[in-house]
Design a protein around this ligand. Structure first.
Ligand SMILES: [Zn+2]
Length: 183
């Protein structure tokens, strides 16, 4: 798949139109003077499989269809570790405090040119969702179903680690997201 991001037009430093050049064995958009190259590297995304009172908290983003719920996700900030970042995202999006974080694994998400770093996070506190999230559900682990992409693979690995065989489901339609539908 050639999903290269060609949305950049001008050098951010000198405003010259970017040219395409073979760099690092791929065609890249680059400044003809060499100021800047659009490397288009995948962006790390943190994901939290949140355990709360023995259940797993999934939330629905405001941009998603009904009945589609996901892990808590967010981008890393400069000067934080992934563990700090996932705890910060959890606090910002749910008001919960992480009291342990354990890496589940690292997963490709090529469709969005992202790399998912997924943690099992045990959390406590009072749930208050940010405006980004419309609603949440608390689901027993044995009732989870894993989305067949992105964070769904992290959920599946976590379930297998607990001796549960994951059931995968496909996201309806073409705009796949790393979410887990719940019915
Ligand atoms: Zn330039």
């Amino acid at each position: 798949m050639n999903g290269a991001d060609d949305s950049y037009r001008y050098c951010p430093r000198c405003a010259a139109p970017l040219i395409t050049a073979m760099l690092g064995e791929r065609d890249r958009l680059t400044c003809p003077t060499g100021h800047w190259t659009h490397w288009d590297n995948p962006l790390p995304v943190l994901a939290a499989l949140v355990e709360y009172d023995g259940q797993i908290l999934l939330a629905r983003n405001a941009a998603w269809p009904e009945k589609t719920f996901s892990l808590i996700t967010g981008f890393m900030e400069r000067d934080e570790t992934p563990e700090q970042g996932v705890a910060r995202e959890l606090k910002e999006e749910t008001n919960l405090d992480a009291h342990s974080t354990a890496l589940i694994g690292v997963y490709e998400f090529m469709r969005k040119n992202e790399l998912i770093i997924a943690y099992h996070v045990r959390a406590e506190g009072e749930i208050r969702l940010s405006e980004e999230l419309l609603e949440y559900r608390l689901i027993a682990p044995e009732k989870l179903r894993a989305w067949r992409t992105g964070t769904g693979f992290a959920m599946a690995d976590w379930l297998r680690g607990r001796g549960l065989e994951p059931e995968f489901v496909d996201w309806p339609g073409t705009t796949a997201n790393p979410v887990t539908p719940v019915t």
